[in-house]
Write a protein that binds this ligand. Structure first.
Ligand code: FES
Ligand SMILES: [Fe+2]
Length: 485
């Protein structure tokens, strides 16, 4: 395997070897060292509200059934039959008390336990030959949630999601906790783009600089109240914990004025005041910054924006969206895009907000089309031999000696955690790729395999087991315990 240390060193210095955006070997490293360890978003609880509801989601090549079992507990189970490895559930979403494998008919409860094994006695000699009691579809090694967002990690020793998000949770609340009622998520719309997954994640994390150029036409047709896209330079970019994003600077006014300015009705504003902390309110009401696009490392992004949605009206209306950049290969990404709205919002608001989302960031959204053209072209250009000779400058916002062009905002200018700078900079793109290097530099840990139904290591063909064969527990207690059998 190639020694990538020079590449990693360059990235840490803010100089990005262009080939990382289309390099098979780098992608293999990402699979083995990054996506096998980081927390990966799989679903929101509102997608599986009732007992038996499920969705099927992937972490790269691994398919998982995310279900609400008969006791109401959320589970994530590796979607591979314990018999010959067929994908057990082939539908994308639905409601089921159990899943039956299409190949030979083994069936599993919606908590993963085997309940049906055709010809158990005749084919295996019953429980003695193949202990089916206590066998479950492999649970995701770690599962955790925040504001109803369900994440899994392939690392059984993953830190808690709360620790992983760190101070970014402060900003995530703006998108996912606008009231005590929580969220409603619709979708996802899915489509594939011939672009490397990192480009979108970097763009949403902090690229306010592309807006005036890439999205000129969206401003020209008057979709936004702000007359000029250049207005983006008055906002700030912030990075906190494991994520960062961009903001717009609002005209002076109270918290209520600011929320009304972006189109929220008073009843929603009242609920936000009850839900958010004094500091969260202060960022908007006193500091005058409103969150816009953001990314959570490595591959989740969020958007909050407020276009005009109705013709012949100057009124704007806000929308929220969450998306995942699901890597397919080094040069292809599946985008999963959800519409996000506060569950307690008025129905009319929900309908218009959905329209605003589709117009801007749905699969045919105006921003979407502008952005993807750039990213596909960048990915193609990164594949050639000349790209291997080019280190892109990702040092915007920083002078040659490493000092900032614009000093970070002080606590009386910005009440949010982390570090924030007004104006154009690539602080967040650098943070994102520095974390990427942190993961890619570390060797993966060995994880033990799980043997199904009796035979374990060292007794193939024998009749005895050197550790308990299919213990008699009948109920998987939790994902974590079930996987560490
Ligand atoms: S592979 Fe599933 S029952 Fe055989
Ligand atoms: Fe964009």
């Amino acid at each position: 395997m190639t020694d990538h240390s020079a590449t990693f060193e360059a990235v840490r210095a803010g100089m990005i070897p262009a080939h990382i955006y289309n390099d098979k070997e780098i992608f293999e490293l990402e699979k083995g060292r990054l996506f096998s360890r980081s927390w990966q978003f799989v679903a929101h609880e509102s997608e599986i509200p009732d007992v038996g509801d499920y969705v099927v989601r992937r972490v790269l090549d691994d398919s998982f059934i995310v279900s609400r079992d008969s006791k109401g507990e959320v589970r994530a189970m590796f979607n591979m039959c314990l018999h010959r490895g067929m994908q057990v559930c082939r539908a994308e979403m639905g409601n089921a008390s159990h899943f039956r494998c299409p190949y030979h008919g083994w069936s599993y409860r919606n908590d993963g336990r085997i309940i049906g094994l055709p010809f158990h006695q005749e084919a295996y000699g019953g429980e003695e030959g193949f202990a089916k009691k206590g066998q479950t579809l492999l649970p995701a090694p770690s599962i955790d949630s925040y504001n109803g967002l369900i994440f899994i990690s392939l690392d059984p020793n993953a830190e808690s999601l709360k620790d992983y998000l760190g101070d970014f949770a402060f900003y995530l609340d703006y998108y996912t906790k606008q009231s005590k009622g929580g969220l409603e998520m619709r979708g996802p719309q899915r489509w594939r783009i011939k672009a490397n997954w990192k480009i979108g994640a970097e763009n949403f994390a902090g690229d306010m600089y592309h807006t005036p150029q890439t999205h000129t036409s969206v401003v020209e047709i008057g979709l936004f109240r702000e007359p000029k896209a250049e207005k983006r330079k008055d906002g700030n970019t912030y990075w906190a914990g494991n994520g960062g994003g961009t903001t717009y600077k609002l005209p002076p006014g109270s918290f209520e004025d600011s929320m009304r300015y972006v189109g929220y009705p008073d009843e929603m504003i009242e609920r936000m005041k009850e839900t958010w902390s004094p500091e969260q309110l202060k960022v908007i009401g006193e500091n005058g910054f409103m969150v816009s696009a953001a990314s959570i490392f490595p591959n989740i992004s969020l958007v909050h924006n407020w276009p005009k949605v109705e013709e012949h009206s100057d009124e704007v209306l806000p929308f929220l969206t969450l998306r995942q950049w699901q890597p397919i290969s080094e040069n292809e990404t599946e985008v999963l895009s959800w519409f996000v709205v506060d569950k307690d919002a008025p129905e009319e608001f929900k309908a218009l907000s959905y329209k605003a989302y589709l117009m801007c960031f749905g699969s045919t959204g105006m921003f979407e089309q502008d952005d993807v053209e750039n990213w596909v072209s960048l990915t193609n250009t990164a594949a050639g031999s000349m790209a291997r000779r080019l280190h892109l400058n990702s040092r915007m916002g920083m002078k040659i000696d490493g000092s900032p062009v614009v000093p970070a905002l002080g606590p009386d200018e910005f009440a949010g955690p982390g570090e924030a700078h007004v104006g154009y900079g690539e602080y967040n793109q650098r943070h994102l790729l520095e974390r990427w290097v942190d993961y890619l530099e570390r060797e993966p840990n060995e994880v033990d395999a799980v043997s199904i139904g009796g035979l374990v290591r060292g007794n193939v063909g024998g009749t005895t087991c050197d550790s308990p064969c299919g213990d008699a527990t009948t109920e998987p207690t939790s994902n974590q315990e079930a996987v560490s059998r």
